[in-house]
Ligand binder design. Structure first.
Ligand SMILES: *[C@@H]1O[C@H](CO)[C@@H](O)[C@H](O)[C@H]1NC(C)=O
Ligand SMILES: *[C@@H]1O[C@H](CO)[C@@H](O)[C@H](O)[C@H]1NC(C)=O
Ligand SMILES: *[C@@H]1O[C@H](CO)[C@@H](O)[C@H](O)[C@H]1NC(C)=O
Length: 136
């Protein structure tokens, strides 16, 4: 009996943990989203982190490896990565100066930066399907 309640409790705790993390995608930034100093987006074996030294770096966890970085270390503090609503991806320091950008600004719309399973960082823009249910 005691063992059965233990099992039940373990199942409940596991379920709570699952719903707490929500299963929401953490491998993306959408138009207008930011990654502040100390924050990251990640996929199973990789993460992209906005570091306190202002460098934006992509890491592989296993085997551990630095994959790519913006070489913006030392360019300021409290740096923030933003995917603009115009598709430009940029890093601003605390004095609001842009210290790095992809220069991919175009028309205002929906863009997505994905940290893909293949370790590539990609900005997407052109929709291939829509439910047509957007609210303006
Ligand atoms: C990435 O962000 C997650 C969620 O905020 C956090 O739990 C994790 O420790 C961070 N990883 C690194 C390497 O900063
Ligand atoms: C922020 O970036 C600008 C432009 O690169 C630079 O002149 C300024 O010194 C930076 N701020 C700090 C605190 O490093
Ligand atoms: C992108 O921004 C630059 C600088 O503000 C501007 O000159 C250029 O016209 C913009 N490009 C597009 C496609 O809007």
């Amino acid at each position: 009996m005691a063992f059965r309640s233990f099992i039940l409790m373990a199942v409940v705790i596991a379920a709570l943990g699952y719903f707490a993390t929500g299963g929401a995608a953490t491998n993306q930034l959408l138009s207008g989203d930011t990654l502040k100093t100390g924050e990251n987006i990640s996929d199973i074996n990789y993460y992209l982190k906005m570091q306190s030294d202002c460098n934006l770096a992509l890491y592989q966890i296993n085997p551990e490896k630095t994959v790519w970085y913006t070489q913006t270390n030392g360019k300021g503090a409290e740096c923030v990565l933003t995917l603009g609503t115009d598709g430009n991806l940029f890093i601003r320091n605390e004095t609001q100066s842009i210290v790095w950008e992809t220069k991919t600004n175009g028309t205002v719309g929906s863009y997505a930066l994905l940290l893909q399973r293949d370790r590539n960082l990609v900005i997407y823009s052109v929709p291939i399907w829509s439910s047509g249910t957007g609210v303006v």
